[in-house]
Design a protein around this ligand. Structure first.
Ligand SMILES: [Zn+2]
Length: 217
């Protein structure tokens, strides 16, 4: 682990040791492999930042994390500690071990060039989908990401009783994290969302951190 890493210290899960640490620079994305039985932490470095996560089975790219199936399986809009996140075949892919934020969005797609073109007149604005495509290309991984497959980690979307959705600035601070048990061998890609035109990232996109832990014995 680099001594210069800005990723805040987090507790090492009991019985595990650090295998890999990744800094996701602001407005970029990174791909990594997570094996069944490992534990990953997604960490907000500076606070008020959203990460957009996609995941799919190694060797079976047609099965992937599905936010809509997760909502259906849980009968909840937001998963809680102890609950699982599901694939498009309703197979559990992650179990939430810890979550210091507790706010996530599984309803809306990640941001994409069309979002910035349609809603802000800025077709060349960085987007999660563009960042994720670049991360896959850099890693030589052939998988076609789709915006609706993104779990918007820490995103503070509020659903009103009349069905309206409002994006509010996330209130969580630096070092906030979610810890996930990995239930299958997965490819995982995380984007540090570059949205700076709404309160999504408090108008200031910053880095995300990833730690991957393997069993110590
Ligand atoms: Zn985004």
């Amino acid at each position: 682990m680099s001594r210069t890493t800005p990723i805040p210290i987090t507790a090492v899960p009991s019985g595990y040791r650090l295998r890999r640490e990744i800094l996701v620079p602001a407005r970029e994305a990174r791909l990594f492999e997570a094996r069944r039985g490992e534990v990953i932490q997604l960490i907000d470095v500076r606070g008020q930042q959203v990460g957009d996560l996609m995941a799919w089975l190694v060797g079976s790219p047609h099965e992937y994390l599905s936010p809509s199936h997760t909502i259906s399986c849980l009968a909840r809009l937001v998963p809680r500690k102890g609950e699982e996140l599901f694939s498009n075949h309703r197979r559990p892919l992650f179990r939430i071990r810890e979550d210091t934020v507790g706010r996530h969005d599984l309803l809306v797609p990640c941001c994409d060039p069309e979002r910035y073109a349609r809603d802000f007149g800025q077709p060349d604005h960085p987007s999660c989908l563009t960042s994720i495509r670049a991360a896959l290309r850099d890693a030589g991984v052939d998988w076609v990401p789709r915006g609706e497959l993104a779990w918007n980690v820490f995103m503070n979307n509020v659903v009103a009783p009349d069905g309206a959705i409002t994006t509010e600035a996330p209130p969580h601070g630096p070092g906030s994290y979610i810890e996930l048990e990995v239930l299958e061998d997965l490819y995982v890609v995380l984007s540090a969302c570059p949205q700076d035109l709404t309160p999504c990232n408090a108008f200031q996109p910053t880095e995300m951190g990833i730690r991957v832990f393997e069993r110590a014995t």
